[in-house]
Design a protein around this ligand. Structure first.
Ligand code: KIV
Length: 292
């Protein structure tokens, strides 16, 4: 018997199958997605039972302290995807295609998506906008890579959109959003993120699409939700959009813990006996004798 089936079985063991997302939509089961940027966050997201992890270019802001996501490089996303996939086994890991990695041509988009899958270990990639991104998404899907779309507020092009603000708030812009989402689905996207759009528009897109919608600031009617790790865990000092819900205050917990550590180092209360290594008495005596 060939060893191939077994190898394949262990390679995919435990991984959420991509088609299951469509089934979840069909069953009305919500899809849970969160961002992660390193092995511990990937492992913790997996342990919490999330379905999808996004290695988002939000890293540029929440991890690297930049003002926007624009400067994030492909190398950064490749490295972070490697780290996350070492920690996360069951969730599907989606790697963001950063600004400048797919706009120029289909060839550029495919080559960089291949890199995220081959070098990063991503299960899928995500790109922003309708327009030319629809053609890029189709080219990447044709190359055999799963693609997630992203419409509404697309942070990579926030300047053109007039800033980080809600999109699709007029009838025309709302219709454009529905059309873009449908076009991304037609291009082969397996899901579409809807960011900062009015709830009725998100509902219309969700009803129009056969593939799942994943909302962030898009109300409760999308097929799933995504939040940024640092925002939801209270681990980011910058501006958090109104749609963020804080599920923990890790920033405060860390400052408190570091404060106690500093106090104990300064007072000599740390380290204690249990934090130090002992030496056999005879070796210690010999050392005491020989030391200069
Ligand atoms: O980069 C990111 O984290 C994202 C989410 C906000 C959807 O694109």
């Amino acid at each position: 018997m060939s060893d191939k089936p077994q190898r394949y079985a262990s390679w995919t063991a435990g991984k959420l199958p991509l088609p299951e997302l469509m089934e979840m939509k069909r069953r009305g089961e919500k899809i849970v997605m969160v961002t992660a940027y390193d092995a511990p966050s990937g492992r913790l997201a997996d342990a919490a039972g999330v379905d999808l992890i996004l290695v988002g270019d939000s890293s540029g802001m929440v991890v690297h302290g930049r003002e926007s996501t624009v400067a994030v490089s492909l190398d950064e996303i490749v490295f972070m995807t490697q780290w996350v996939t070492r920690g996360a086994k069951r969730p599907l890991v989606v790697a963001d295609m950063p600004f400048g990695s797919y706009e120029a041509s289909n060839e550029q988009a495919v080559a960089n998506a291949v890199r995220l899958v081959k070098d990063g270990g991503a299960d899928a990639v995500k790109l922003e906008r309708g327009g030319t991104s629809i053609e890029r998404a189709r080219a990447i899907v044709d190359a055999g890579i799963a693609v997630m779309g992203h419409v509404g507020l697309t942070p990579q092009t926030a300047t053109v959109l007039g800033g980080f603000k809600a999109q699709g708030r007029t009838a025309d812009r709302a219709q454009q959003l529905v059309d873009d989402a449908l076009a991304l689905q037609d291009a082969g996207c397996f899901a579409v993120v809807l960011e900062a759009v009015p709830a009725p528009v998100a509902l219309a897109v969700t009803k129009a699409l056969a593939v799942p919608t994943i909302g962030i600031g898009a109300g409760g009617d999308t097929d799933g939700q995504v939040l940024v790790w640092h925002d939801m865990l209270g681990y980011y000092e910058g501006h958090s959009p109104r749609f963020v819900k804080r599920y923990a205050d890790l920033g405060d917990a860390i400052v408190e813990a570091l404060g106690r550590y500093a106090e104990e180092v300064r007072s000599g209360a740390f380290p204690e006996e249990q934090h130090t290594y002992a030496m056999p008495d005879d070796e210690r005596a010999a050392f005491e004798k020989t030391k200069t």
